[in-house]
Design a protein around this ligand. Structure first.
Ligand SMILES: [Cu+2]
Length: 113
């Protein structure tokens, strides 16, 4: 007799397919994370779900912010070195350039789906 039964394999295959597919999607609610290091947003462009929470970790020795360049749709305010902050992604789809208000040469883009 075959063990495990083929139905178990089938379930596992289905699970793996779903996992692979989800793994290639943009970050979904809760999982968005931006790291600031060497005066750069990493990643510099990020695709997120509307209204999801984003976490920003400041790994620099300088204070930074992640702030929407226009319209004030999001702003972490000052994040001290070694600290993190959260903000809520815009609720409307589109491209949202962002910057650090302390270092305006820092640029990033949030794409909201
Ligand atoms: Cu900065």
């Amino acid at each position: 007799m075959l063990w495990p039964p083929s139905s178990v394999f089938e379930r596992w295959r289905r699970w793996r397919r779903r996992r692979d597919r989800d793994g290639h999607r943009p970050v979904h609610g809760g999982g968005t994370r931006i790291v600031i290091q060497d005066f750069k947003f990493r990643p510099a462009s990020l695709t997120v779900s509307a209204g999801a929470k984003a976490t920003v970790v400041n790994k620099d020795t300088a204070t930074h912010t992640v702030t929407a360049s226009k319209g004030g749709s999001f702003d972490t305010e000052d994040i001290a070195p070694g600290k993190s902050a959260t903000f809520t992604d815009p609720s409307k789809p589109g491209g949202f350039p962002c910057t650090c208000t302390i270092h305006p040469f820092m640029k990033g883009t949030l794409t909201v789906e």
